[in-house]
Design a binder for this molecule. Structure first.
Ligand code: NAD
Length: 261
């Protein structure tokens, strides 16, 4: 029970990696907030987790929505100890075909949404920590191996995730004096609803049958398979617990060795 008594907000917590982290945090004793654009899915996920888990709708592209989510959580729980900034979307295409809409929507969720959720929660955590000298905050940004290098068909998503790694460094350095640790996790290739979309888009742009790209990327992972959502939960618990108090501004690869290879 490494997170006993903590309140943890997980954006994009309705499914995929976010839902797996939410379930593990609840098993470690946290009161979990499943914060997602998909209100029905968030409610179903919170119900499946059970215990003190509850859903709050949020659209991280709208600052007013982020603020009302934080307000609703604090009204119910009294504070926020942990934020997992996990919500993101994916799109791809050749550099010369990227549309302004594709650029704007990915940066709106993956980068701007992540930053202003971090900011809103950090303000709350700073006030809490000033009132209680032993309290800390933990913020975990979900980046990607895509943020560590370019890809010919994935320029914009890669750039949004490179920005997440950079923001983790700056916010980590800026907030540690307030006893807020900001760190990140960079997954590799993970079998979630997002990868169904990735696979369909690779099928379109590389002329492959549906499912082939997913099979090939899974076979190429040194560990021997694609990641599963729960593969990331242990690292997410570590970065949310007091075990990581001296870890600042890092993004940890949790990818079965993919980036190293
Ligand atoms: P997913 O698409 O299965 O889940 C993402 C969740 O984010 C969904 O529940 C969705 O409703 C929510 N969301 C999207 N836009 C939102 C918004 N505006 N406001 C609030 N919620 C919103 O994705 P996943 O594969 O579980 O990915 C989780 C995280 O891991 C993302 O940050 C993703 O970029 C990252 N990641 C995934 C992979 C992978 O292979 N699946 C690899 C590396 C990094």
């Amino acid at each position: 029970m490494k997170l006993e008594g903590k309140v943890a907000v997980i954006t994009g917590g309705a499914r995929g990696i976010g839902a797996a982290i939410a379930a593990r945090y609840a098993a470690e004793g946290a009161e979990v907030v499943v914060a997602d654009l998909l209100a029905d899915d968030a409610a179903a996920t919170a119900k499946a987790i059970g215990g003190k888990a509850f859903p709050v709708p949020v659209d991280v592209t709208r600052i007013a929505s982020i603020e009302s989510m934080v307000h609703a959580v604090v009204a119910r729980t009294g504070g926020i100890d942990i934020l997992v900034n996990n919500a993101a979307i994916f799109d791809m295409g050749p550099v010369v075909e990227v549309t302004e809409q594709s650029w704007d929507s990915q940066f709106a969720v993956n980068t701007k949404g992540l930053f202003f959720t971090l900011q809103a929660v950090a303000k709350r955590m700073i006030a809490q920590n000033e009132a209680s000298p032993n309290r800390r905050g933990k913020i975990i940004n979900i980046a990607s191996q895509a943020g560590r290098r370019g890809e010919p068909l994935v320029a914009v998503y890669c750039a949004t995730k490179a920005a997440v790694i950079s923001l983790t460094q700056s916010a980590g350095l800026g907030l540690i004096k307030h006893r807020i640790n900001v760190n990140g996790i960079a997954p590799g290739v993970v079998d979630t609803p997002m990868w169904e979309r990735v696979d369909a888009l690779f099928a379109k742009y590389e002329g492959r049958p549906i499912g082939e790209k997913k099979r090939l990327v899974g076979e190429a992972v040194p560990f021997g398979r694609m990641g599963r959502p729960d593969d990331h939960a242990g690292a997410a618990v570590f970065l949310a617990s007091s075990d990581s108090d001296y870890v600042v501004a890092q993004t940890l690869n949790v990818d079965g060795g993919n980036w190293m290879s």
